[in-house]
Design a protein around this ligand. Structure first.
Ligand code: ADP
Ligand code: MG
Length: 269
């Protein structure tokens, strides 16, 4: 009896996965026409289980941003489909939050103002917006900098504001396109700790684009390796390393995975 119940439960889970489930089927994206045509992505299938952390790595121009933009609804598929929680993505939609490398903050708003502005569409009162913004800024360690303007903040702090802004809106899926690419090595490491903490607490589905193998291995459950011309996924590598993953104590498992990934990328150059 128990066994049947368990089996039933598992069946239900796969039929109705949790929120933040992404399915990409036969996705192709072609830019331009004729001689100037670029196949940015071809026949790509990818499934992200709810609450998992996935990294996409690959050389510049292999379609990483195109794939992420298709999930965000910013880029329409030429062929195939993208579904989030079983619904087709046909344009920008609120179940995803997107974080770019260049922060995309409004310079004329304070840190808190930037987060509050993103909450306008939720029909909250001014006080509720402020409360939620302060909560999110607290989560990224910026409570004491809420009234500063982006120009007064370091790169790492600006990116933390951008993360707070996204968290405040509470999307099911976080899409991050080389978010720490412009930060110095030390700040990057702190951002990895911060993001790992947020992910472990909130268990959002994360799709994280990077071309840094170590960054992918420090953060993700699964790494997909992409290749270019045409853009496509060539390999899936599972990362079953315990979290947190400190950089000063790289395990043998980490080093093995690193050489696997570097080998795959080298092969692609
Ligand atoms: P990555 O993020 O991996 O560097 P992209 O997804 O940005 O790669 O780009 C994949 C390919 O598609 C590249 O050859 C790029 O030049 C091309 N591409 C991307 N966006 C556009 C666009 N809007 N118009 C034309 N070509 C594009
Ligand atoms: Mg890109």
């Amino acid at each position: 009896m128990n066994q049947i119940a368990t089996t039933q439960h598992q069946t239900d889970l796969s039929a109705h996965p949790g929120k933040g489930w992404v399915r990409i089927s036969g996705l192709s994206v072609v830019f331009g026409e004729g001689a100037t045509q670029t196949i940015a992505l071809t026949a790509t299938d990818l499934e992200l289980q709810a609450g998992t952390f996935t990294a996409l790595i690959g050389p510049s121009g292999c379609g990483k941003s195109t794939l992420l933009n298709a999930v965000a609804g910013f880029t329409a598929p030429t062929e195939g489909s993208v579904q989030v929680d079983g619904r087709n993505v046909n344009g920008a939609h609120p179940s995803v939050g997107v974080i770019f490398q260049n922060f995309a903050l409004f310079p004329w708003f304070t840190a808190r103002g930037n987060v509050e502005f993103a909450l306008k569409r939720f029909g909250l009162s001014k006080n509720e917006r402020r409360e939620r913004a302060m909560e999110a800024l607290g989560e990224v360690g910026l409570s004491d900098h809420a009234t500063k303007f982006p120009g007064q903040l370091s790169g790492g702090m600006k990116q933390r504001v951008a993360i707070a802004r996204t968290l405040a809106a509470d999307p099911d899926v976080l899409l991050m396109d080389e978010p720490f690419g412009a930060l110095d090595a030390q700040t990057r490491l702190r951002m990895h700790e911060l993001l790992t903490g947020i992910w472990m607490r909130r268990r959002k589905t994360v799709l994280f684009v990077t071309h840094d193998v170590d960054e992918a291995l420090r953060l993700a459950d699964v790494v997909y390796v992409m290749a270019s011309a045409p853009g496509r996924i060539i390999e899936k590598v599972s990362v079953d390393l315990e979290r947190p993953r400190p950089v000063d104590r790289m395990s043998e498992g980490f080093l093995t995975l690193r050489s696997t990934l570097l080998g795959l990328l080298r092969h692609e150059d």
